[in-house]
Design a protein around this ligand. Structure first.
Ligand code: FES
Length: 165
């Protein structure tokens, strides 16, 4: 999880307000930018954002708590979201989930001790014809099997050599 200064938050906010027309219209794009930069919108960030945008903190919390991708709880550098809806369930999503839990040594809703990966369930990703499917942060992976799981996790660790041992 990254920290963000008031100045940087103001700079990002100004840029996105200019693009979207008003602080309220820019709220989700700002939260999304923070998510992409691995900044968790925790209580401190939501308070700073409320001051920057002159929007009630409760309104910001309402948005953050409504969208699961904007979770206010800290997450790993990578978030793996495994589809648990019917088409994927019928295409061995449960085995994929078990392989991920086993390889990572965590349960759904947890983050690895090195802070690299958070494992979550998600509903249909719209990739049913290529089930089972999952997202690794922004990247969709389809027709996954347990061998793919190992390869995907290896590639995550290769991208973060300092975090993998
Ligand atoms: S059911 Fe998994 S992508 Fe649609």
């Amino acid at each position: 999880m990254q920290r963000i200064s008031k100045d940087l938050l103001k700079q990002i906010s100004d840029e996105l307000i200019a693009q979207h027309g008003s602080p309220r219209s820019a709220l989700i794009p700002i939260l999304n930018r923070l998510r992409m930069d691995n900044v968790t919108p925790d209580a401190t960030v939501m308070k700073m954002l409320a001051e920057t945008l002159q929007i009630a903190p409760s309104a910001i919390y309402g948005v953050v708590s409504f969208y699961s991708f904007l979770d206010h709880r800290p997450k790993g550098k990578y978030v793996i979201r495994v589809c648990q809806t019917i088409s994927c369930k019928m295409s061995s999503a449960t085995e994929i989930a078990d392989a991920l839990k086993s390889e990572l040594g965590i349960e759904f809703g947890q983050t690895t001790a090195d802070g690299l990966v958070t494992l979550e369930r998600t509903n249909c990703l719209g990739l049913c014809s290529e089930a089972p499917a999952m997202l690794v942060s922004e990247t969709a992976h389809t027709k996954i099997n347990t061998a793919n799981v190992k390869d995907i996790l290896k590639s995550i660790h290769k991208q973060m050599p300092a975090a993998s041992n």
